[in-house]
Design a protein around this ligand. Structure first.
Ligand code: GUN
Length: 277
């Protein structure tokens, strides 16, 4: 079968990191800030915390109530910027609507921005010079490399143009020598774009948007979506059952991209730790 086992690839990365961390003088430190009670965010933050602890990191989880003032959050980030035990700062998104997420991200020291969302790090990514690259797209690049998928010279289509996934994903594929098309919600005929692609990455948050006939035989399909249906089940942004018949490789949901994001977060924290020495 052609199912890309992100969980297995991520497990190996996490084990390698845990072994490397044993040789460090001090544990790498990651602070995760969660504002509000969004249940999905709470699960993601919990998983990140567990991964940190398992890898031997120092993990600081900071929970703030939904009505936390922006100033208080900026003060907290300032403290973390100045804390020598903390190498990485992650603010879980989305933030409540009264908070300007961009302002918060820009307040994180670029050296501790392990999400790679600060404009300085995104600017460097656009120049193919970034040290701290957004975790989900970077994790997808690791996954493509580990299955032997060469990006150079390939036609790549990214569906979705978010700051977290689509835009940095397009830059990653471009940096790797791909020919990249980005579809957004205004794209006239996205199926016509994806149908010609060798590599398709989808991150839109619409259950099963990408149908079987959107994908050509032998393509690699990466599904970043995690959508909970009314019956409680989780599905991605692509119609997995229809596409697995024809794709050369496809990521499942769950167990595909999600575990890679967490493994990459650990990788980035180690990079920030090493830079701090
Ligand atoms: N929310 C959804 N994905 C992410 C991510 O990669 N980082 C952060 N900070 N928040 C997210």
């Amino acid at each position: 079968m052609n199912i890309i086992d992100g969980k297995k690839i991520a497990k190996q990365i996490r084990e390698d990191i845990a072994n490397e961390v044993k040789t460090f003088e001090r544990p790498p430190g990651l602070a995760v800030l969660l504002v509000g009670e969004d249940p999905a965010s709470a699960v993601y933050v919990r998983n990140k915390e567990l991964a940190c602890i398992e890898a031997g990191f120092f993990s600081d989880k900071i929970m703030k109530s939904e009505n936390t003032a922006q100033e208080e959050l900026l003060d907290e980030i300032e403290r973390l910027n100045n804390n020598p035990r903390i190498d990485g700062i992650l603010v879980q998104l989305p933030l409540p609507s009264h908070i300007d997420a961009n302002k918060v991200i820009e307040h994180i020291s670029p050296d501790k921005d392990i999400d790679g969302f600060h404009s300085e790090n995104i600017g460097k990514l656009a120049q193919n010079k970034s040290n701290l690259r957004p975790c989900t797209p970077k994790g997808i690049m690791t996954m493509l490399a580990s299955i032997g998928c060469e990006v150079r010279g390939k036609d790549c289509v990214v569906v979705g143009a978010s700051n977290i996934v689509g835009r940095p994903m397009a830059l990653e594929l471009l940096n790797a020598g791909g020919t990249v098309t980005i579809c957004n919600s205004k794209t006239k005929d996205p199926a016509e774009k994806t149908r010609n692609a060798d590599i398709v990455v989808v991150g839109v948050g619409i259950p099963k948007l990408v149908k079987g006939d959107w994908i050509k035989d032998g393509a690699i399909v990466i599904d970043v979506g995690i959508n909970r249906l009314d019956d409680g089940s989780l599905v991605g942004d692509v119609d997995f059952d229809a596409i697995k018949q024809k794709a050369a490789g496809i990521t499942p949901v769950p167990g595909g991209v999600g575990p890679m994001t967490i493994a990459t977060l650990l990788e980035n924290t180690v990079i920030a730790y090493k830079e701090s020495l």
